[in-house]
Design a protein around this ligand. Structure first.
Ligand code: 5RP
Length: 296
């Protein structure tokens, strides 16, 4: 027989209205608990922003510079990120399963850099994403590309599967070489992905008018870094993107191809989570990089 509750006095706080927990992430107020919980895992609670580390490039580029040895070069960065964006191959073969860092799983693929990149398929079953405890899945969408409809269809199929299990989908706006990365194109692509149900959209920064891209997209935008820039320029880009409405960054080459990736990831954190100005963040990067070099 269970113990009876013998406490004489109880306090129901009858004068205190029950608080409704607020969801602060843009456009995310109507999801089920599991999906919201997965989304929240990868976002910094205080700033409401995220610093994701993208290391999925090998899925079409092979051993990309900086990612040749993920165990050596990337593992030291993981403590400084809010989430990692990677493939299931890398996750299973190289990530310790006791890592507490949330993982977004790359879930589209097919062609290599030797072929037409937009000819992608869904590359991960939603059940495998659940098995891997992913906080979400990411899929490439080529708006304006030769296989535009097919890649949109990949995304909407994953979104339907994601709703069955509470797994959010991050739609990546892939920009072919022939398309301009301007506010008009990125505004079109990000809005299409959100309208079709992506819970998060990843896109490139553009100048001018990036704030119009973020304003026109009803779900959080995370900024992809693109090709390697000098560190100060990459910090400026991350700072500007967040000041202009991005909910964070999902950067790869500008981190892992930096002279000092461990210093760079921490400097990016400062710009995203603490709104540290790029020049100050660069000083922070330089000092930390020097310190780390000396300690070697
Ligand atoms: C590749 C991707 C990458 O995750 C994305 O481009 C971010 O990496 P980087 O900052 O190096 O551009 O989606 O298709």
């Amino acid at each position: 027989m269970p113990e009876a509750d013998t406490q004489e006095t109880k306090d129901y706080y009858v004068d205190v209205p029950q608080r409704n927990p607020a969801v602060t992430l843009k456009g995310s107020g109507s999801y089920d608990w599991g999906m919201t919980h997965r989304l929240a895992r990868g976002w910094g609670l205080e700033s409401g922003k995220t610093v994701m580390l993208a290391i999925d490039h090998g899925y079409f580029m092979g051993p990309t510079a900086g990612l040749e040895r993920i165990d050596v070069n990337i593992m030291p960065l993981v403590p400084y990120v809010d989430a990692v964006f990677c493939t299931r191959g890398i996750l299973r073969s190289l990530f310790p399963a006791w890592s507490k860092t949330p993982v977004w799983l790359r879930a589209s693929g097919g062609p290599s850099i030797l072929k037409e990149l937009s000819d992608e398929e869904i590359a991960v079953d939603i059940e495998d994403a659940l098995r891997l405890d992913a906080c979400g899945v990411g899929v490439q969408v080529f708006v304006g590309g030769p296989f535009e409809t097919k890649t949109i269809n990949n995304m909407t199929k994953l979104i339907d599967a994601g709703y069955r299990y509470g797994v959010p989908v991050l739609g990546v706006t892939a920009v072919g070489r022939e398309l301009a990365r301007d506010a008009r194109y990125l505004g079109l692509a990000t809005r299409i992905l959100a309208e079709l149900g992506a819970q998060v959209v990843k896109t490139y920064y553009c100048e001018p008018d990036f704030e119009q891209v973020t304003a026109g997209c009803p779900v959080p935008i995370v900024m992809a870094g693109g090709k390697k820039l000098p560190e100060l320029d990459a910090l400026k880009m991350a700072y500007n993107a967040v000041q202009q409405g991005a909910a964070g960054v999902d950067m790869g080459r500008n981190i892992f191809q930096s002279e000092s990736p461990v210093a760079m990831i921490q400097a990016v954190r400062k710009t995203v989570h603490e709104a540290l100005k790029p020049e100050q963040a660069f000083e922070y990067y330089r000092d930390l990089a020097n310190e780390l070099a000396k300690a070697k």
